[in-house]
Design a protein around this ligand. Structure first.
Ligand SMILES: C[S@@+](CC[C@H](N)C(=O)[O-])C[C@H]1O[C@@H](n2cnc3c(N)ncnc32)[C@H](O)[C@@H]1O
Length: 204
């Protein structure tokens, strides 16, 4: 995608590549705007957190890479949401971090690549994501909330996602092809469903 972001964000090459484009981060923020607080686990340089903070009172981001935390703080200022976002440098699997986060909804955005040198090759098994998203999902349910969204590779089918729990899936499509999926897990979702969401410039 040529213009992934509307501003000149700060990001290393891998983080820029992996980052949720602004158009789809904004779509997610609108979809979750009934919540007042959120946490994003694996927040990289902060683009999903920033869009969530445009709609919510308080957003946390947790990320392992300290340089990406610096870049995320810079980007939050660039977008004018720095007062509503807090980035925490740490491991998302650390329950001492998770249990101290108060958020109504959690967004999980692990790395899907199976080989660092071939970032376009994505995992087919949920447990091959970095970190293991099944383990992360269970820790988030135990420590934070049952309202969970996972941004997953287009490789993950409804059958695969069912391993984690019942969910609704948005197939995110722009510039003519499916890019990735958002899987929404909540206690009131009792069967698997999916729909195509076409995002294009005119919807921004
Ligand atoms: C797909 S990127 C996240 C993109 C981001 N959500 C956005 O919208 O820009 C995945 C991130 O997960 C981070 N990560 C991987 N394992 C982690 C762990 N155990 N704890 C915290 N962050 C981790 C990586 O450093 C990487 O920045």
């Amino acid at each position: 995608m040529e213009n992934k972001f509307s501003k000149e964000i700060r990001a290393d090459e891998d983080a820029f590549y992996m980052s949720n484009p602004e158009i789809s981060a904004k779509y997610l923020a609108s979809k979750l705007s009934n919540y007042k607080s959120a946490v994003e686990l694996c927040s990289a340089v902060g683009m999903t957190c920033i869009c969530l903070a445009e709609k919510m009172d308080k957003v946390y981001g947790v990320e392992l890479d300290a340089k990406r935390i610096d870049d995320a703080n810079y980007n939050a200022k660039l977008y004018g949401v720095e007062k509503r976002v807090e980035f925490i440098n740490g491991n998302v699997l650390d329950e001492d971090i998770l249990k101290n986060i108060n958020a109504e909804v959690a967004v999980l955005d692990p790395d899907w690549s199976v080989d660092k040198n071939r970032p376009q090759d994505h995992a087919f098994n949920l447990s091959d994501t970095k970190p293991n998203v099944v383990e992360l999902f269970n820790k988030v349910r135990d420590n934070i909330t049952h309202n969970i969204v996972i941004r997953v590779s287009k490789n993950f089918s409804l059958e695969t996602l069912k391993i984690v729990g019942m969910c609704h899936v948005d197939n995110i499509i722009y510039e003519g092809r499916i890019r990735f999926k958002y899987a929404y897990f909540r206690d009131d979702i009792k069967e698997m469903s999916e729909e195509d969401i076409i995002l294009d410039r005119e919807n921004e």
